[in-house]
Write a protein that binds this ligand. Structure first.
Ligand code: MTE
Length: 423
């Protein structure tokens, strides 16, 4: 487990009194001059004197042993059992936007089940002309789509609602992943069954003991929802719902039912206990908002961060992170080096896919003085990620889910980084 944040985190005012003058702009790295004396340059190395491994030494490749640390982790005291618990993605150590399945966060309510393709069945029933049962092979014969989407648990960051608690982006933001999914639009399967005009909702459930049953409005089901059987080009892993899961782009992870076994077409939602109480957001005035499915725009700086301290001295530094929105594409990310007083626009890498992670960079020259790093996402609807104070003003102190407040990392002169809040 990571160390707890310091109780006396700096206030913005304290920080600004000794604020660092750190500039962005064109930054040229400064590699050492090639010269005599470095055997890695001047001598033939052992690895060049002998043959390396032959092909298929490892039929399915694994990461290098030196990368042993790039793994998902859990928090042992979060739940009594790992069968009903989350694990967290090591975002601090990943680049680009795609999360490899092998280290992507998991969330199970009754454990990851073994379900073979031959045993797989998907039933569509309820308000349909013809109830249907699809085998895995049947699904493969429908037209398919391939799209990249993030899956974020509504509880991502929930433990940080009342203040900094975990020293690492893996724990503060790691209940999400971003994969390229291939599957059949649910719309096509529903149309195959024939939807009754009175239908307004679907109720979806998985084949595991928990079933994780959830209601979804029919409009969404007929929109961009996929019945997916591949992720990042290969079969889904067991922990992500092998052989088939639901992909509900932009909406909270709980709706992304794994080991999908049934879709019931209905005229009303199933008012399960979890629907009305657990997955709702308490507001500051004591009321609760229900059905807050779409994930609001959010961002995180992945490096530097507590698990990825500054390992070099002063000079060129790459500040990088990820931004996303459940309502569309990211249009802008701003980065602050001084706790939200001044902002600079970050460089967005790649295509800024809708409802998918977007990588951003800010290249600076670090003068070695401390910084209070923040990132702030804006999405294509114009929505701007709020500060944690602004979020609490709206939702109170006792909310839990949907924490999309701006995160602060305190980069100290030593290069160490801590999870703090500024006000
Ligand atoms: N589907 C089933 N059948 N059982 C589950 O426990 N957990 C849900 C959802 N789908 C769950 C499920 C929750 S709460 C989340 S956040 C996502 O799956 C997590 O998906 P992942 O395990 O691929 O990360």
């Amino acid at each position: 487990m990571t160390k707890p944040p310091k109780p006396n985190s700096p206030s913005r005012r304290q920080f600004l009194a000794g604020a660092a003058a750190v500039g962005a702009g064109t930054v040229t790295p400064n590699p050492s001059r090639a010269g005599a004396g470095d055997p890695l340059i001047t001598e033939v190395q052992d690895w060049a004197r002998a043959l390396g491994d032959g092909v298929v030494t490892t039929p399915y490749g694994l990461p290098e042993p030196a990368e042993f640390d790039v793994v998902r982790r859990n928090i042992s005291n979060l739940s009594n059992t790992t069968t009903s618990s989350p694990s967290f993605t090591p975002f601090h150590a990943l680049e680009g936007t795609i999360t490899p399945q092998g280290c992507a966060f998991e969330r199970h309510h009754s454990g990851a089940i073994e379900l073979s393709k031959p045993d797989y069945r998907l039933m569509i029933n309820g308000l349909v002309d013809t109830p249907l049962v699809f085998s895995y092979g049947d699904l493969e014969r429908f037209p398919r789509e391939t799209r990249v989407h993030f899956c974020e648990c509504a509880g991502n960051g929930a433990m940080e609602w009342r203040g900094p608690r975990f020293n690492g982006v893996q724990y503060t933001h790691g209940m999400m992943h971003n994969m390229e999914y291939t599957g059949v639009p649910l719309r096509l399967l529903l149309q195959e069954a024939g939807i009754d005009p009175s239908a307004k909702w679907i109720y979806v459930e998985g084949a595991d003991a928990s079933s994780n049953g959830r209601s979804i409005p029919l409009d969404k089901a007929l929109g961009d929802v996929l019945v997916a059987f591949k992720a990042n080009g290969e079969a889904l892993r067991r922990e992500h719902g092998y052989p088939v899961r639901l992909v509900v782009p932009g909406w909270e992870g709980n709706l992304w039912v794994k080991w999908l076994r049934r879709v019931e077409v209905r005229d009303s939602p199933v008012e399960a206990r979890e629907e009305t109480s657990k997955y709702s957001d308490l507001l500051g005035d004591g009321r609760a908002r229900k059905w807050s499915w779409a994930m609001d725009a959010k961002s995180m700086i992945t490096a530097p961060s507590p698990q990825m301290p500054v390992g070099h001295g002063t000079g060129p530094m790459v500040i990088t992170g990820l931004a996303w929105s459940g309502r569309g594409a990211i249009s802008k990310v701003d980065v602050s080096l001084d706790g939200g007083r001044n902002w600079q626009q970050a460089r967005l890498a790649g295509g800024c896919d809708s409802k998918a992670l977007t990588r951003f960079y800010l290249d600076i020259r670090w003068d070695g003085q401390e910084m209070l790093l923040q990132s702030r996402a804006t999405d294509e609807t114009g929505y701007v990620q709020p500060s944690k104070d602004a979020l609490r003003a709206l939702r109170g102190e006792s909310s839990f889910y949907h924490n999309n407040g701006i995160q602060t990392w305190w980069v100290q002169a030593s290069g160490e980084v801590e999870n703090v809040e500024v006000s």
